[in-house]
Design a protein around this ligand. Sequence first.
Ligand code: ATP
Ligand code: MG
Length: 454
Amino acid sequence: MNPETRNEVPPTLRVIPREQHSISRKNISKAALRVLYRLHDAGFAAYLVGGAVRDLLLGGHPKDFDVATDATPDEVKALFRNCRLIGRRFRLAHVVFGPEIIEVATFRGTGEEGGEGDRHIATDGRIVRDNIWGTIEEDAVRRDFRVNALYYDIADFSVRDFVGGMQDLEDRTMRLIGDPDQRYREDPVRMLRAARLAAKLGFTIDAAASAPFATLGHLLTEAAPARLFDESLKLFLGGHGLKSFKMLEACGLLKFLFPATARALERGDNALRALVEQGLANTDARIAEGKSVTPAFLYAVLLWGEVRDQAQGWIAQGYDVNEAWQHAAVRVVGEQCQRVAIPRRFTFTMEEIWSLQPRFEQIHRKRVFRLMSHPRFRAAFDFLLLRAPESDGMRELGEWWAHAQQLPPEMLAAALGGGGVPVHEPSTSSSAPARKRRRRRKPTGRGKGGSGDA
Ligand code: ATP
Ligand code: MG
């Protein structure tokens, strides 16, 4: 190992034999076991590593299984027909079993750093290639947290702990491997990983690992926006979104990812806080039920406060309502994407969800039917419901639209002042629920809050 890049004490090995830990092969995916056994049978070292070992030891169900080996990527490829190599400099093998992918990484040396940042050039300007591969000890110390550096050995089913990860699992604490300042400077995204994993596992972040957030958090603004988008998905759409959000805020890191959101919340906008927290809680609940979630909805939630305030500002300056919302959306999205690169397909949907909001206040026969047949009606309506804490009027508006969807179209048309269902309306998928639910509930009373009481 290169002494210039690591200043911690050399790792000491603790081997926990099969009978002294809780990892059972029946909790490891069949695909991962096949990869481990094939490597082992071919004479290579083969370990389950990283989050999977950590989660198994904690009694959880890992969502993916990573393997580490001393076989080179080419050697791995030669062993598996269903294998492709990815990455240019540090190549990884992906062994594909239907929908499941087992990532197989060759032990990585400590000769160069940069996390996922793929730097080709060492600090002295040399192009480094020769010491990319390393020993298992080197592989262990270049990982981020001690709980993430445990190895499950398929040869004897023992767990190998080079850096004290078992202790940290017991203490339920996230500790960094090596010098915190140095590790965060190498890769600032590790700060986000600390917050995310602590939230997910219910661990505390060790004081030494959290102290640099205040001084180094700003380095996150230099991280690649595309990578931060990936991280933000893991934070908010990984099933622990609300906890992750609160942890990010408590760590003082939210402002580097979502500056506008952090500002609005710091101003004490309680309705916004309720909306954001409820939006995250709903997303977590949907994920727990195995339902689909759209990132667009969640980012629309996170940025709502800023968009709304800016739109109101433009309207106050005399802009037309639609134009004001468009302006606001474009500006807020533009600013946000400099930090977190939300792909266009999502920002487009976000802009639609936002710009439909003022249209909920226009309760006229034709407009109601037109809005209901908009392809984004469902998402925009769910969003409207989240806005209930803004005011009584907003809550009533949500109730009105919920009720309107239960009504058969003819009755809704009658409730809106008669004249029948507007005929030109295209029957799109989003108008279908209104008809399908026709049987369920008898309409009671007339649309409350009838004329846009928000
Ligand atoms: P999750 O439960 O979200 O999958 P994880 O710890 O498995 O958590 P991954 O992104 O899957 O996270 O990474 C797998 C492993 O790779 C980690 O456990 C850690 O050992 C190592 N690792 C990932 N990112 C970094 C990083 N930025 N710096 C150092 N090591 C990292
Ligand atoms: Mg993982």
